[in-house]
Design a protein around this ligand. Sequence first.
Ligand SMILES: Cc1ncc(COP(=O)(O)O)c(C=O)c1O
Length: 377
Amino acid sequence: MNSQKNFIRPLVRDLHAYVPGEQPKIKGLIKLNTNENPYPPSPRVLAAVRAAVDGRLRLYPNPTAQALREKLARLHGCTPENILVGNGSDELLALAVRAFVEPGKGLNAIFGRLASRSKATVQYFTPSYSLYPVLADIHGAGKNAVKLNADFSMPDVVELKRNKEWDFKAALTFVTTPNAPSGRGYKTAEMEKLCRAQKGIIILDEAYVDFAAENALQLALKFPHVLVARTFSKAYSLCFQRVGYFVGHPELIAALDKIRDSYNVNGLGQVAAAATLDDLKFYRANFIKIISTREWLSRELSNLGFRVLPSQTNFILARPPKFPAKDWLQKLREQKFLVRWFSAPEVSDYLRITIGTPAEAEALVRTVCNILAVSKS
Ligand SMILES: Cc1ncc(COP(=O)(O)O)c(C=O)c1O
């Protein structure tokens, strides 16, 4: 009975941790598996980061990311009190679970009574970002996973009311918009309907929104129970620096601010994100390139027999022909392409492919042609 396991809380012992996409150790792979941006940060951003690497590294960074929050407030037409910056948006999603959701299962175990179920519920659509259930599990909260329609569109409020699975009072609801891993975009108007109907906190996770036709940021400034999550990782080529932010009502932001680490955003990350906001023209040109490669790749793969879902993100979800998607994952890897496959039943027939450079997309199409040709011979 002296196993180390006995020191670990049962909840943690039994937890299925989030599985990030592979960051390969071998060189020469074409990485289309984690929705990173194929283009580097702007020269001005790189220069700003380099200029910040000196003796000041011994100092703590600004604890509230003040300069960055001021710039973000100017960008979004709000005040710095509407904004909280995090160590990537993942940190903020976790903070939201801790701030707004009762750890229901834990309370039941300790006090032997039921906490109100909705107050202990983290709710989300499936498929969507696979971190949400893990965050609920870490917190000992309940989960309410409600299926999207078969084409990955969002059931409207009338349908959600009719089928009764959706909890309009759930303490916290996550909506990935545009959706991952389907890539499907949602209209701001339908998001607004859901926000109006929802009584608990609702987080619109807009990690990929710069590649989409619409965004719902204004809803975070209009409704007191809506937070919008954004990140510098995807559209702004800063995964390495880990910077994301929430926009929302100052009272929600202040509550989250109370429970974050004092220096949650590293100094170089703050410098890089602030410099990014001074160079948005550079990034907008990248969005256009990525969207045009996405449309090209979608057409080419469709011509080769893939069922490619329309995407408003920097990735596509595509059902390959001939072999199961999991076999394609392996076949592509043998040819040095890393893509992502998820075992969840709604998406297990599909591959998620990040949009790379045009040269990478062309190389992928050539490789797919070769794989299909070999299968015929
Ligand atoms: C939907 C969604 N939200 C949030 C994140 C996390 O982004 P960050 O790098 O800011 O933590 C991701 C990353 O894959 C994502 O797919």
